[in-house]
Design a protein around this ligand. Sequence first.
Ligand code: DMJ
Length: 570
Amino acid sequence: MLVYRFRTWVLLLLVIFPDPSLSHFDSAKKKQMREKVRKMFYHAYENYMTHAFPHDELKPLSRSFTDSLSELGNLKLEHLPQNYNGTALTLIESLSSLVILGNCTEFERAVLWLSENLTFDVDARVNLFECNIRVLGGLVSAHILATDSTNRLVQGSYKNQLLVLAEDLGRRFLPAFDTPTGLPYAWINLKYGVMKNETTETSTSGCGSLILEMGALSRLTGDPRYESAALRALRKLWSMRSSLNLLGTTLDMETGEWIEHSSGIGAGVDSFYEYLFKAHILFGKEDFWRMFHSAYLAVQKYFRHGPWYHEADMRTGKATYWQLTSLQAFWPGLQVLVGDIAAANTSHREFVYVWKKFGVLPERYLLDHQMLHPTEKYYPLRPELAESTFYLYQATKDPWYMEVGETIVNSLNSYTKVEGGFASIRDVTTMQTEDHMHSFFLAETCKYLYLLFDDSFLVDRNYIFTTEGHPLPVLSAWQDRLPEIYIPSNWTYVKDEKKTKRSSAMSLQVCPALSLNAGHGEQLAESACHVPDARSDHKCFGDEECGVDSTSCRRRSCSMAGYCGLWLVV
Ligand code: DMJ
């Protein structure tokens, strides 16, 4: 019996952490993969620059362009003014990737072009969330990289041009927040502000994923308005959670009422969770951690089903839709930052399985019917699986994740590479291509794949990546107490001077419990997944009285003898 249990454990460990010596990944192979990804990036970038720039995105089949920043969310192109040349979206999105690839010359050329030509004074209605994560995030991140002397950019040639552009854009965002609830409109006209009869419907991520970029802009410019606006919206959103600590997917920003009560960790919500945690890392506020902790526990309790995450009604916690979506694949990456590696690994494997089954990740897969969603069979070159794979490799150094990266690279090259760039897949069952290369292919997909095979950029640096893959450094100056002016009188934030500051996102492993006690008696953070048993003596009558183990993040169950524990069922 004992031998049997031992074997089970060995098998379990092999599944979670396979033997690295069995992998064919040595440094030569790693270099070869790095170069393969570099080639992919330039194939996409050069085609964009030749056929689409300065418009927003490349149409790789027709080798033309689309001004998609204004199209995101279904706005028709005829709403744009004549002679509109776009916002050079893909170029802005490529800036941080160019620095990571070490191409300072091209980066400098891009900065110069943007500072001389880019204007946001256009009669274009854009989606606030998309414009924030792609354009504002791209500019702010690139500004920080340009001023970082370790990047070997030509000193003296950079005169804060990107920050000037970012500030101009940030100012154009502000009218969207001028609402009774503090929740922003989803759409804003860059020239004229909020348009007449603008829709009041928005999403959870639309209101709750602005704090990194707008907070960074405030810290860089000293103008508190951006961070204040994003924070006010986030707090209002959080106040709308149900008693189960769940949120819905869509809401009316004017009334503060939920429209869609069902939600999960995918579309419309995903980056809300991501930003609560990353804001805590970047700005060091305990408040963000408290919100994230409650939200994370609720996700694990109400959405998680083994390795999968379904949707549930925020009011009852009852499961609604049993669907796997491509966007959900970011979750294991977030779990790595939280330190919940075992759970991250388990879910990641399932996404890899689905990727291998279809060749890429379909947008939506119906778990209950084991079939593809009839109208969402597409794969628009999304980065989420590559992103999680990168995080899991960083955390474990297990070469198996590089093999996953190789699979992704090979699929992208076989199914999506065309002469004019990389094309989205319209239908994963036929691999029919579609005439669109989203800017996030350069901002995220290529970047995460490159970083998977290249450790040099992150050595001795602490960065967090925004939801669009733009790096922001974790600076101690940003973790200091905010000047009073940042804090509206009805909010309170008092910094506890005794609290230890955390400096690295990757070292912030709050579960397993290795950081529960920093060794000097001070508590760093509670485990993210820990749910205590109902009774302090751990006695129970049923499983529902048992919590979640803080070190392994596994649900405890009630034994025959009436005690909660991690009982091994063999
Ligand atoms: C990106 O624009 C961002 O990652 C966003 O948060 C949602 N996903 C797309 C890419 O899939």
